[in-house]
Write a protein that binds this ligand. Sequence first.
Ligand SMILES: [Zn+2]
Ligand SMILES: [Zn+2]
Length: 158
Amino acid sequence: MDNHELQSWVERVSLEAFGLPFRHRAVFNRRLSSTGGRYFMKSHHIEISAKQLAAYGAEETEKIIKHELCHYHLHLLGRGYRHRDPEFKEWLARSGGSRYCKPLPDKARKTLPYRYKLVCGSCRMEYLRKRKADPARYVCGRCRGRLSLHALDTAQRP
Ligand SMILES: [Zn+2]
Ligand SMILES: [Zn+2]
């Protein structure tokens, strides 16, 4: 999903959930991870965390959009737009917006595929490696023979 699609999404949610048009800009923030979204009081723009969408999907992200739209509309209407304001809480409950942003899970530890193998010149034993390794620094675990490094034709998942 790109910024253009996000813009139409926010505009649609705004009309459906609030009956009010969203006249400013909504953009993805690729780095934002501490919170699901942000509303900017000066520019009236809304930022949505791309990581949030990736981690929790469209349904949760739409709740974040509603949350930001509560700030947006109440602020433009000159009403209580802060989290602690009763009107904000009321609008949030009515629209089904998220109460707060779910913290994102820890950066998923990437399991790298194996791309190389060290091959023993004596016994032909193979050792899979995820990263390039200097064969001179290792010996074969089975026969203590010398190893050579080879790239795998296709990366293998561990
Ligand atoms: Zn908020
Ligand atoms: Zn060996």
